[in-house]
Design a protein around this ligand. Structure first.
Ligand code: PEP
Ligand code: MG
Length: 307
């Protein structure tokens, strides 16, 4: 029997939860919290964050909710935080790198998350991890935030899972080690593609090289799923590819556990996933990964995997 796959929605604010539920989402696979920090003049307070996270958890009523810690920098600037001008912002001071250098800001968010965990099924996720040291430090800060929140509220009994995004090739290559430290992975294909093929995802002059079918990208995804399974943790995907009808059968064949996408893609994805069987697809995935180019992979999928 096929294992039930979870099909979840991506959101940028609590208002978007309804749309995910209306489309039958099994959970929230990515809440991009940076939007809470953008389009304003000062940082959101811990209380404001606690209310936003808690409201999403409450509305989802026990269904899983993956909340990603602050992922700013790169293409997402926050004017009042005074980011430096950089030659290569996507390779620069962003996401977990920024948070680990700005501990009090980060811990404020982590305390809000720990407190909100009382309202539902929370999974806390760190973005842009490129190595073990970053993960360990982020987990230490989370443990401190938990202690602090519990000291303030003797009734609080926080429970949550901890995971990381696999969106750098380094993280995908180290998935075996990283998996020992977390409860789950979620593959961020938007960034994983740009870092794997060295193509800035915002640069229109080289957009044709930003190739989701590139065998290198798909091999890293397969490796991540395999290493997660080997370590006994679940592996999801929250980048755009999770809702791509051509690639969904490939990811089912690889054994991906959770697919998270914009609400509008959920229905079609569910229908495709329910028609796909890992047993049937796994040998085809092996064949496709032995091909030499994205063009060949795409053609193989169109001829062999589209029903
Ligand atoms: C990703 O990189 O795939 C992802 C989901 O994160 P974002 O698009 O917010 O960078
Ligand atoms: Mg990303």
């Amino acid at each position: 029997m096929e294992i039930e796959k979870e099909i979840a929605g991506n959101i940028g604010s609590p208002d978007e939860v309804d749309l995910v539920l209306e489309n039958g989402g099994d959970g929230i696979g990515l809440y991009r919290t940076e939007f809470l920090y953008m389009d304003r003049n000062e940082l959101p307070t811990e209380q404001e964050q606690f209310e936003a996270y808690g409201s999403v958890l409450e509305k989802m009523n026990g269904k899983p909710v993956v909340i990603r810690t602050l992922d700013i920098g790169g293409d997402k600037n926050v004017d009042y935080l005074d980011f430096p001008d950089e030659m290569n912002p996507f390779l620069g001071y962003r996401a977990i790198r920024y948070c680990l250098e700005n501990e009090s800001l980060f811990k404020e968010q982590l305390r809000a998350l720990v407190r909100a965990s009382a309202y539902g099924n929370l999974k806390i996720m760190f973005p842009m991890i490129s190595g073990m040291d970053e993960l360990i430090r982020a987990k230490e800060l989370l443990a401190e935030a938990k202690r602090e929140a519990m000291e303030k509220d003797a009734e609080l009994q926080p429970t949550y899972e901890v995971g990381l995004m696999i969106e750098t090739p380094a993280a995908a290559m180290m998935a075996d080690q990283l998996a020992k430290q977390v409860d789950f992975f979620s593959i961020g294909t938007n960034d994983l593609i740009q870092y794997t093929v060295a193509v800035d995802r915002m640069n229109e002059h080289i957009a044709q090289l930003y190739d989701p079918f590139h065998p290198a990208v798909l091999r890293l995804i397969k490796r991540t799923i395999e290493q997660g399974a080997k370590a006994g943790i679940w592996v999801g995907m929250c980048g755009e590819l999770a809702g791509d009808p051509k690639l969904i059968p490939v990811f089912v064949g690889m054994g991906l556990d959770e697919f998270s996408m914009s609400a509008g893609s959920i229905l079609e994805a569910r229908s495709l996933i329910s028609k796909s069987s890992m047993e049937e697809l796994a040998p085809k995935v092996d064949e496709l990964l032995a091909l030499g180019s994205g063009k060949e992979v795409k053609q193989y999928i169109e001829e062999n995997l589209m029903k």
